[in-house]
Design a protein around this ligand. Structure first.
Ligand code: IDC
Length: 521
């Protein structure tokens, strides 16, 4: 159980630089006066009077004094949550770096002394490395330069034996070093809002979706939570996805919208932020296969970019050949073969790849005559290269008729699962019965796409139906991938239309569907 320890507060360091100094340049009030006097030899009586007046003003006026303090780069640490875990103490630290100067702080590095044998469990908005008792943070693509008179934030969760208090730290910018002010640490005030986000991830990941946080930060190792390291290569046992240890395992993930239309959400920062906010361990990259729906061969590269960043984030990734308007997968079969050959060649040695060979056959594409032969051919092509990765096969009628498939599944192949897709406001008990019938016959199911709105991807949300689906998936250990990662003005989008961010997402950026999915356990 997670217990929150609230620590007694001290005054927050508000960004003014009393007590902060650039190393070797501690400019005191007296020194400043001295400097002023040096330049004042030979001034007239009147000027001297003016000077003593201004000195008096300086002594009396706080504001005046503050404006004369040199502008610095200021780092401050805030402890926003602590809890116990396995007899260790976890502390969430939020860091702010304020660049008070008139120059951009390029390629900043923040160095913090941490206790021996501490571990970094998670980090966000910065790249962290640990070497002995030194934790070094540097910016990522979007914040490695802090504009003049601006600030950035990043954070991490550290696990230590004793209560952790950041005491010794400095920021380096070029050849300048700025030490942390004594006031640069802010403990959580009683009653102050804690960050629920991280609590949610711990709870979601550990108890519900079977995702463990890895804690392998060590000498010089980048410290991130890493589902792939924790669970390794996946396989299928009976109707269930299992991890490398053979334990039943579920993926909770997010599907991109068509990557031709919303490529901007594919980046490491974006996926890292989704992992943190939603507690997900997988993403699905949707490449529409119909040229009228955006397909071009050039987009293979975008898929590979997505796989790369998901892998760096330790996430599982579904490569989705998104047939839709082209209802029969045989229409673009040659392109599909070429695509999956390329993907399998590229990723045959990775443990985190799942191939989804035809999103949603529809428009009369039949299992026996159309979809099954297509699947058998595609599976054989992938298997020649990648021996054992999980492959998801789309099912008739927009990946709903799993009961039909269960009567004649593909044989002689391992690690095959079948897609069951639902949109909760349209699909209810009837469709779940199909799912139940298929499971009874031993068909492994994977919800590689769903939303809690209508099948159009828009319209009302149906929370009761959504909860019934969540319970069904949970009790049958079925993985769930939410459609869709975009801010398009439709109910299934996980981001609000007003959210223009492409990373660093926060709860306030989420649509109602997004909020529901965030809280899904
Ligand atoms: C929808 C998108 C929508 C887009 C449309 C056509 O949400 O913005 O205009 O596709 O490309 C599916 C499909 C999925 C659909 C979704 C909602 O797999 O591509 O996305 N849906 O209609 N199956 C059932 C619903």
């Amino acid at each position: 159980m997670l217990g929150i320890v609230v620590v007694v507060g001290v005054a927050f360091f508000a960004g003014k630089s009393a007590g902060i100094k650039e190393k070797g340049k501690n400019v005191t009030k007296e020194e400043k006066r001295g400097v002023e006097k040096e330049g004042e030899a030979g001034t007239t009586e009147q000027e001297k009077q003016k000077e003593s007046m201004s000195m008096a003003e300086e002594q009396n006026t706080e504001t005046q004094e503050q404006t004369e303090v040199p502008k610095e780069v200021v780092i401050s640490y805030k402890c926003s949550n602590t809890w116990e875990q396995e007899n260790m103490i976890c502390t969430q630290i939020d860091v702010t770096i304020v660049n008070e100067t008139k120059e951009e702080a390029k390629d900043w590095k923040a160095v913090l002394t941490i206790p021996e044998k501490s571990k970094i469990l998670q980090s966000w908005n910065a790249e962290l490395t640990v070497s002995g008792t030194t934790l070094t943070a540097k910016g990522v693509e979007y914040n490695n330069s802090i504009p003049a008179e601006s600030n950035i934030t990043y954070g991490f969760i550290i696990q230590t034996r004793e209560t952790f208090v950041p005491i010794k730290s400095m920021v380096k910018v070029g050849d300048k070093q700025y030490e942390m002010a004594p006031q640069g640490f802010h403990k959580q005030e009683a009653g102050e809002k804690t960050t629920e986000e991280h609590k949610t991830i711990e709870e979601t990941t550990e108890s519900q979706m079977g995702i463990e946080q890895t804690t392998e930060a060590g000498e010089g190792v980048m410290a991130v939570s890493n589902p792939i390291k924790a669970h390794g290569k996946l396989s299928v046992k009976g109707t269930t996805l299992t991890d490398a240890k053979g334990k039943p395992f579920r993926l909770k993930g997010i599907s991109t919208h068509g990557i031709a239309w919303f490529p901007q959400y594919i980046s490491r920062e974006s996926f890292a932020s989704l992992k943190k906010l939603f507690g997900i361990n997988a993403v699905r990259l949707a490449l529409y296969s119909d040229p009228n729906a955006g397909y071009t061969k050039e987009l293979h590269k975008k898929v590979r970019d997505g796989v790369e960043v998901a892998t760096k984030e330790g996430m599982y990734v579904i490569i989705d050949w998104h047939i839709l308007s082209d209802g029969n997968p045989n229409i673009y079969k040659e392109q599909a073969k070429e695509f999956f050959k390329e993907m399998a060649q590229a990723y045959k040695n990775q443990d985190n790849i799942i191939y989804e060979i035809c999103n949603e056959p529809n428009g009369g594409a039949a299992w026996e005559n159309d979809i099954k032969p297509y699947a058998v051919e595609l599976i054989s092509i992938i298997r020649k290269i990648d021996k054992d990765a999980v492959i998801i096969v789309g099912t008739p009628n927009w990946s709903q008729d799993v009961d039909i498939v269960a009567q004649s599944p593909i044989t002689g192949e391992k690690n095959i699962m079948y897609a069951l897709h639902f949109y909760a406001a349209t699909h209810k008990e009837d469709l779940r019965s199909k799912g139940e019938a298929a499971l009874k016959k031993g068909l492994p199911l994977f919800v590689s796409e769903f939303s809690i709105c209508e099948a159009s991807g828009n319209g009302n949300l149906d929370y009761n139906s959504a909860d019934a689906w969540a319970a069904f998936c949970k009790s049958n250990n079925i993985s769930m991938m939410a459609w869709n990662l975009s801010n398009k003005a439709e109910a299934s989008s996980l981001l609000k239309p007003s959210c223009s961010k492409v990373n660093s997402y926060q709860e306030s950026d989420l649509s109602d569907a997004g909020l529901w999915f965030k809280n899904l356990r």
